[in-house]
Write a protein that binds this ligand. Structure first.
Ligand code: 4HQ
Length: 257
């Protein structure tokens, strides 16, 4: 079992032409707390620092012509070598719209790693020979085109970091998250009990924790059917969920008469 799973510290190295973008990301909220608590150990490498020549050029025109520029392979592999000196066991992941779609399940498997290297491209993309020779997997955060992989890397790091043991307190545990059990979450309410003429459901004010728990499970199930029916396509129902669905069926049948 990996180091992260044992003592909960994960080294993450980002290769980017814009390391400044990551400053505010490392410096706020739960990510900052994870770093301060030594659960997350970040490193940002400027690819340009590994480019040769007086101008430290990182991009060039595409062979075969066409618009846009391509990231040269040599600065990328030099930057990656520097990363691997610090993170020798890391898998190298490239942010790319051609990659496997990132989801909560992938976040969970990445959260078990001790070390991760994320490569952020710019321009039209990176020279294919760098990908073939050095990238273990390509990851896409969705079917749209970004101007660079940096936002994708932050999305991946953010979703993964909060799953590292000890990063979230019991207060905001990942256990009840949307997707953690294949359902969206129930609605959330806080004070006041009446707002804009809308009341908080009585059961949540009842103090009956068994009733509250049952309401939450039922609410998660119905909200998933209404808002994200696609999530239910593959998913099996637990015995308790089957009971809830059968009760709805009885209620609907009695409405129909
Ligand atoms: N990119 N998921 C970086 C993306 C993307 C995505 C387009 C990656 C531009 C240079 N990254 N290239 N979708 O749109 O991760």
């Amino acid at each position: 079992m990996g180091e992260a799973a044992v003592d909960g510290t994960m080294k993450v190295c980002v290769l980017t032409l814009f390391p400044e973008l990551f400053g505010p990301f490392w410096d706020h909220g739960i990510i900052r707390r994870a770093i301060q608590g030594d659960k997350l150990n970040p490193l940002t490498i400027n690819i340009r620092d590994h480019a040769e020549g007086r101008h430290r050029v990182t991009d060039d025109r595409p062979y075969g012509g066409g618009c846009g520029m391509v990231m040269k392979p040599e600065p990328l592999s030099a930057a990656l070598s520097a990363a691997k000196q610090r993170l020798p066991m890391a898998k190298t992941l490239l942010l790319s719209p051609q990659g496997k779609r990132f989801d909560q399940q992938m976040a969970q498997s990445l959260a078990a790693a001790d070390e991760l290297i994320l490569v952020c491209g710019r321009y039209e993309g990176v020279d294919e020979r760098f990908i073939d020779g050095h990238v273990d997997a390509e990851i896409s955060i969705g079917d749209f085109v970004l101007t660079g992989g940096e936002l994708g890397a932050m999305v991946v790091i953010d979703a993964v970091a909060r799953l590292i043991p000890g990063v979230l307190g019991n207060e905001d545990s990942a256990e009840n998250d949307t997707f953690s059990d294949g359902l969206v979450e129930h609605a959330h309410y806080t004070r006041p009990p009446v707002y804009d003429n809308q009341r908080v459901p009585d059961v949540l004010l009842s103090g009956n924790h068994q009733e509250i728990d049952r309401w939450r499970r039922e609410a998660a199930l119905i909200r998933t059917m209404l808002k994200r029916p696609d999530l239910l396509d593959q998913r099996e129902f637990s015995p308790q969920e089957r009971e809830i669905l059968k009760k709805w069926r009885r209620d609907i049948d009695s409405l129909l008469g």
